[in-house]
Each structure stands twice: as structure tokens, then as C-alpha cells.
Design a protein around this ligand. Structure first.
Ligand SMILES: N[C@@H](CCC(=O)N[C@@H](CS)C(=O)NCC(=O)O)C(=O)O
Length: 241
């Protein structure tokens, strides 16, 4: 059984898609980062960086439970455990890993910063920061479009964890003005992703889980996770010995 400690953000959804593709027995354990669940002592044991997602594989290496953080590492772990969605052929395997790491190092962090400065930054955010991250996001869509011109899927000619890692981050493409006319290869891939039953199940579950978590959070005070100084203090307090 895979226990997924998470919330259906893009990083959470990549793991949900993989678990649905694999058909493994799994359950979602809600960790609401808007009410500070990521700072609980139990969650910090699974995820010392106070983030979601984290997993516990109750049947980990050597038959003992194994706990992990970092969505890219979790995808690689699940792919290796099941020998699926990470090709054995060495060229395809390293091509796939390059694009998983590209997602983790660029698409996630840059799109995340763009969302932050567009939607959450204090005092409307600095125009410089907004321009920097929005322009970088547009540039990254061009990298994705170019890659998908040259390759059927993100990693290689097979559907892999590189596709699952990238898709949830690109759901907001319309808001960024990404069109089929200008990014035809990206849009061909995006439509192929949305046609997959596991992706459709993920999207339906993400809505359900979000509603459940919003309801459960109604009685709890929210935590401003965008205040990084407060987050540093929360982590220091939660881990003081
Ligand atoms: N590189 C990490 C990033 C995880 C991450 O940034 N998670 C966010 C939600 S998508 C989070 O848990 N934020 C809570 C916080 O910063 O306190 C991964 O891919 O797992």
C-alpha cells in the first residue's frame, strides 16, 4: 500500500497520476498546507522540508516501510519498484530522466514563482519579479513545444514519468496565452494527456479532494505560507529539541 501525504497541487497530482496509471493500492492522506499541517512533527519526519507530497510505501525496499519526499524522486522510486514508465533502454531512460529533472528544476520552480508574484505577493508584487517569472514561463512553454516537436512524448517515444511530472504544471496554459496556433506540439501532447483515463481519474479526484479539504479547513485558522519568515520560524519551532 502506498500512503500519499499530500494535497492536489501540481506536485501532488503528478504522484496521483502515477499511482492511478500503475493501479497500485494507494490512499490519499490530506495534508493541508494552508492550515499548517506540513509543520506537524509527523509530517516533518516524512518531509523535513515541510512540503507535500510525501509517501510511505508500507512494503518498501527489504519489505520494510519506506518514507520519501520530493515528487520527482517519488516518481522514479515508483517506476523502479514496478518497472513501468521509465524505459530500460539506456538512451530512453536517460532521456526520460533529463526531462523529469528539467521539470523539477525549471517548470515547477519558475511557474511556481510566476504564480506567486501574479497572485499572492504583498503590495501587488514587484513588476520586475512578475516580468522575470512570466517571461521565463513563456520561454519554458517554447522549450516544451520544441521538445514535443522532436519527440512524441516528453522523455522519448513512450509515455513516461516525464509526462506525468510535467502535465499538472501546464494546466494553466490558457491563462498564460498559450495557443494551438503558436504551440501546436505542446497542444497535441496536452490533448493526448487529457485523453488518458488515469489522468481523467486524477482530475476528478483532485476536485473531490480539494472540496473535502476546503470543508475540513473551514474551522481552522489559515497559515500564510507565502510569508517565508514565518515559515522559517514555524520550522525552527517544530524542530527545536
Ligand atoms: N520540489 C518539491 C516541491 C514541493 C512543494 O513546493 N510543495 C508545496 C506545494 S506544491 C508545499 O508543500 N508548500 C508548503 C510550504 O511551503 O510550506 C517536490 O516536487 O516535491
Amino acid at each position: 500500500m502506498i500512503e500519499l501525504y499530500s494535497m492536489p497541487t501540481p506536485n501532488g497530482q503528478k504522484v496521483m497520476i502515477m499511482l492511478e496509471e500503475l493501479g497500485l493500492e494507494w490512499k490519499h492522506i490530506d495534508v493541508n498546507i494552508r492550515t499548517g499541517d506540513q509543520f506537524s512533527a509527523e509530517h516533518l519526519k516524512r518531509s523535513p522540508n515541510n512540503k507535500i507530497p510525501a509517501i510511505i510505501d508500507t512494503d518498501g525496499p527489504g519489505g520494510a516501510p519506506y518514507s520519501m519526499m520530493e515528487s520527482g524522486a517519488i516518481l522514479i522510486y515508483l517506476a523502479e519498484k514496478t518497472r513501468r514508465f521509465l524505459p530500460v533502454d539506456q538512451r530512453k531512460r536517460y532521456d526520460t530522466l533529463q526531462w523529469v529533472i528539467f521539470q523539477m528544476a525549471h517548470v515547477g520552480p519558475m511557474f511556481g514563482q510566476a504564480n506567486h508574484f501574479n497572485n499572492y505577493a504583498k503590495d501587488g508584487g514587484l513588476q520586475y519579479a512578475k516580468d522575470r517569472y512570466n517571461n521565463e514561463a513563456i520561454r519554458l512553454y517554447k522549450v516544451l513545444d520544441n521538445r514535443l516537436r522532436d519527440s512524441q512524448w516528453m522523455g522519448c517515444d513512450e509515455y513516461t514519468i516525464a509526462d506525468m511530472a510535467t502535465y499538472p504544471w501546464t494546466k494553466m496554459h490558457k491563462d498564460r496565452g498559450i495557443t494551438a496556433a503558436e504551440y501546436p506540439h505542446f497542444m497535441r501532447w496536452y490533448d493526448a494527456m487529457e485523453a488518458r483515463p488515469a489522468v481523467q481519474r486524477n482530475n476528478a479526484m483532485a476536485t473531490e479532494i480539494r472540496e473535502r479539504m476546503n470543508k475540513a479547513a473551514e474551522s481552522k485558522p489559515p497559515v500564510n505560507i507565502y510569508d517565508t519568515k514565518d515559515n522559517a520560524a514555524r520550522l525552527a519551532q517544530a524542530t527545536s529539541r
